[in-house]
Design a protein around this ligand. Structure first.
Ligand code: GLC
Length: 589
């Protein structure tokens, strides 16, 4: 391999860059880029169907191989945190925090295997998951992407995901899993995504390392560094974390990839960080590449300017600023991964089989079972639940009762959730309840109208109030107060003021600060972000087809003053504070 061919294998660019034949020439012929990703919501082909994904990735693969002297196939990556969630038509499973409530590694592994089945059928052979970050701060917009605050529970589910994604053979991987985001990412200052992290080495070792260690021990093929700085040094430039800890102590031998744009972000034009998310270590874009490669990074998720990356790295190796040994070590890991995926033997997929690979009837049943197992009953005054199917009408009201987008959350079809116009398969909570008791027995109301709620409640034997959050991803979901929207607080109070029994249902990626609302409701069910089968799963529990089994995978603080909280301990002062619901809470019938 020439120096340029080696360097190209360490570059990953996003598919949105591949806009023309001349760009294909630049990316694959000139730079030899070895990996392509779909960023959140980015498609390899014109439309979002399984077949279009497969054909699009095949086209990119052919464009790369036609321009590769050594016929080195590209590796295509995407995020699929809760089923093959970027692909329209796939069944969407509960987000990780809901799967955490199941405490069921076998179930998690089954779900991951479904994801891998679909991904490999399309040519997506690198899945950027599982999130191995432990849950630390509910203000953080990525809290729902974590499994649990308990490192042991998180480890068991991370391992299950790695094994489900990669399959049973270490020499022939179905897809490559990625333990992300290494390390400390989930405790950003003030709960703001990508803000710097301050952690003692004891805390790092006790709370953050275990799930990553478990992933490594389970054979995770890749690890992704986190965006921000730990104790002043961006992880992507931290030899102490990316090499001494990850390679030395934890014995990771696979590919280490950066997160989106993080190498380039080591350099701040003018030297001043635009905001606290940036720590400007590098004196130039080339120095940024030098720092990251010498810290131990293998692949850079660029995502755009591959020319700058490849030319810089070629110069750095030629000058000795990055050693040939370091370069070869990284390239060897990448090529080994491509061999383990069988890409040299079979770089293409059969697009005619794409849909069958992504969509199977059994997936809906598995998704419903996952919802059934995740739902967590936290209050059931006078055993109001399960509700009888027979009897007077039920009033079902609230934004989460009818919103497919809300029940899925972020990283679903689009980065920030379902884009307008997209219609993934789904059963809403209102639909599920109507199916269970008969549409004529279900009343609806305008949830913003106290008058309408009051009027409809008169005819209802009970009210199911479905509240929660709009879909979000990353910093868009930062919620400094952990608050429920004010108009939904008013909705719950209006329902409670009717005097009718109120079943409160929260569809959200985290505990919200709704202590007073919970205290005045008769029953409270945490649904997390349940996905496609939300409606059937919620009805299964509401009407007793299944007894709820979910257990809180995180602490539920009684007040924002106690956030962040882990296992009933406030992180800001180490003092114990009584949570509204403790880690592990969950009632059954
Ligand atoms: C994002 C996320 C990471 C994701 C990557 C590719 O910045 O931090 O979780 O895998 O980009 O979409």
């Amino acid at each position: 391999m020439t120096l340029a061919e080696k360097v190209g294998q360490l570059a990953q660019v996003h598919v949105a860059k591949l806009t023309s034949d001349s760009v294909l020439d630049e990316v694959f012929a000139d730079e030899g880029v070895g990996s392509i990703l779909s960023g959140g919501g980015e498609l390899p082909g014109g439309t979002n169907t399984p077949r279009a994904w497969a054909e699009g990735i095949n086209r990119i693969q052919k464009a790369a191989l036609d321009r590769s002297r050594l016929q080195i196939p590209i590796l295509y990556g995407a995020d699929a945190p809760h089923g093959l969630s970027p692909v329209l038509g796939s069944v969407i499973f509960p987000q990780q925090i809901g799967m955490g409530a199941t405490r069921d590694p076998a179930l998690v592994r089954q779900v991951a295997a479904v994801t891998a089945r679909g991904a490999s059928a399309l040519g997506i052979r690198w899945i950027f998951g599982p999130v191995a970050d432990v849950s630390r701060d509910l203000r953080w917009g990525r809290y729902y992407e974590t499994y649990s605050e308990d490192p042991t529970l998180a480890s068991s589910l991370v391992v299950a995901t790695v094994r489900g994604l990669q399959g049973n053979s270490s020499s022939q991987l179905v897809v490559a899993a990625t333990a992300k985001h290494f390390i400390g990412y989930s405790q950003p200052r003030s709960g703001r995504d990508r803000f710097p992290v301050t952690l003692s080495s004891a805390a790092l070792t006790k709370w953050f390392v275990p799930p990553f260690q478990a992933a490594v021990d389970a054979g995770a093929a890749t690890v992704m560094t986190q965006h921000s700085a730990v104790n002043g040094t961006p992880v992507v430039a931290s030899h102490e974390l990316a090499t001494d800890l990850l390679r030395g102590t934890m014995r990771f031998g696979g590919v280490l990839i950066s997160d989106w744009g993080d190498v380039a972000d080591l350099y701040c034009p003018g030297g001043n960080p635009p905001n606290p998310k940036f720590t400007c270590l590098a004196s130039s874009p080339k120095d940024a590449v030098r720092r990251a490669l010498n810290a131990g990074l293998d692949v850079t998720m660029i995502p755009d300017d591959s020319a700058q990356f490849t030319s810089s790295l070629i110069e750095l190796v030629q000058s000795g600023a990055v050693s040939t040994e370091r370069l070869d070590e990284a390239v060897k890991r990448v090529l080994t991964l491509k061999f383990e995926l069988g890409l040299f033997e079979q770089p293409y997929v059969d697009a005619s089989r794409a849909r069958a690979g992504v969509i199977a009837a059994s997936d809906r049943r598995l998704a419903r079972k996952a919802v059934d197992r995740s739902l967590t009953l936290l209050k059931n005054r006078h055993h109001i639940l399960p509700l009888k199917k027979r009897g007077g009408p039920l009033l079902v009201v609230g934004p989460a009762a009818t919103s497919v987008s809300r029940q899925m959350g972020g990283w679903t079809i689009g980065w920030q959730g379902i884009p307008a116009g997209a219609k993934p398969p789904a059963v809403t909570i209102l639909q599920g309840i109507r199916e269970a008791v008969g549409a004529k027995k279900v009343l609806s109301a305008n949830w913003r109208s106290k008058t309408d709620i009051r009027a409809k409640a008169k005819k209802a034997r009970a009210i199911v109030v479905a509240i929660g959050e709009k879909a979000y991803a990353e910093w868009y979901g930062d919620n400094p107060r952990g608050a429920l929207a004010a108009n939904q607080v008013r909705l719950v109070k209006a329902a409670e003021a009717t005097g009718k029994p109120v079943v409160l249902l929260l569809v959200a990626g985290r505990p919200l600060m709704i202590t007073n609302l919970v205290k005045k409701s008769d029953a409270f069910l945490m649904a997390y972000l349940p996905g496609t089968e939300a409606g059937h799963g919620v009805a299964d529990v509401l009407f007793g087809r299944v007894s709820p089994r979910g257990k809180l995978p995180v602490s539920w603080p009684a007040s924002i003053k106690d956030v962040p909280m882990v296992k009933g301990i406030r992180l800001k002062d180490g003092k114990r504070a009584k949570p509204l619901f403790a880690y592990g809470t969950g009632l059954s019938y």
